[in-house]
Design a protein around this ligand. Structure first.
Ligand SMILES: [Zn+2]
Length: 296
């Protein structure tokens, strides 16, 4: 259920560790349904979307700021992209939703559809035309490791990221969740070793979500001596597209291009589909004439 999705933000060891964990079963289910993704792609897109939500929780300061994770691995799924904002809303898209790669050891072959030869980039849109982008080469194509590598390499914060999606035989998403743990300066070697040992002893993220281990319970396992819960807020799929936005988008194409669209359109209505949510918007010939007028 989408309304069961939430993120927790916490610190441990006197603020020298930052931790984030989320349940995103509803979000990833909705992405799967809207894009009609096949299992390995559902996992790849879901992991990317959870990465965008976790990174947003870790770095965005304002609700209107946004963060995009883009993965181009050269595999059959094509480009995978997810954008989340400071309100915990996320949307995503994938080049080829019906890509497939044979399972490996009974597990979804995420790297098989993502590919391993490209890069992962993160763009932070902080508003007022202020954006920051960082890019790293893909390490595994499994997304989780690649997200951790990005934070460690590009943001110089040693980080562990785990994101898991469990897909049922019928292709629907049964569970999705993950966590992010960041080591800040001031930890001694023994403390770091202990955290790494506990993270290393956790089951695979997909097993955690399958077993119903919730965000707080994940943190309890990593920090058995306690942690401070700073925030708990809902996360959800949301696409801000609307008929008005698409109307404005067509107007901005300019008179010549709009005339071309009207002339080439064989049907009575022009259909525009949002790539992020697959919502279709229809514009009649009268609508298009009015849009052409507005573009003059
Ligand atoms: Zn949309």
């Amino acid at each position: 259920m989408q309304n069961g999705d939430y993120m927790v933000r916490a610190t441990a060891l006197d603020g020298r560790v930052r931790a984030f964990a989320l349940n995103a079963t509803g979000v990833v289910s909705e992405l799967q349904r809207r894009h009609g993704t096949w299992p390995a792609v559902s996992a790849a897109l879901g992991r990317t979307a959870m990465g965008a939500l976790l990174f947003s929780a870790a770095t965005l300061k304002e609700e209107d700021q946004a963060l995009t994770v883009e993965v181009k691995g050269g595999g059959p799924a094509g480009r995978i992209l997810a954008t989340a904002n400071g309100r915990g809303e996320v949307r995503g898209l994938v080049g080829n939703p019906q890509a497939h790669a044979d399972s490996r050891n009974g597990k979804l072959n995420v790297a098989g559809v993502v590919g391993t030869g490209g890069y992962l980039s993160v763009t932070r849109d902080l508003g007022m035309r202020e954006t920051y982008q960082g890019t790293v080469e893909l390490q595994s194509g499994e997304i989780g490791l690649d997200l951790a590598y990005y934070l460690t390499k590009s943001e110089q914060t040693p980080s562990a990221v785990a994101v898991g999606v469990f897909v049922l035989p019928d292709g629907s998403v049964d569970a999705a969740g993950g966590y992010l743990v960041q080591l800040l300066p001031g930890l001694d070697d023994d403390e770091i070793a202990e955290i790494e040992r506990r993270l290393g002893s956790l089951p695979h993220p997909t097993s955690l979500v399958k077993e119903g281990v919730g965000p707080e319970q994940v943190l309890e396992r990593v920090f058995p001596d306690g942690f401070e819960l700073l925030d708990r807020y809902p996360v959800r799929f949301h696409c801000p597209c609307s008929r008005e936005r698409f109307t404005g988008g067509i107007v901005s194409l300019g008179e010549t291009e709009i005339r071309r669209i009207i002339e080439e359109e064989e049907n009575d209505t022009t259909e525009v589909v949002c790539h992020f949510c697959n919502q279709a918007y229809h514009f009649t010939r009268e609508d298009m004439a009015a849009i052409l007028e507005a573009a003059r």
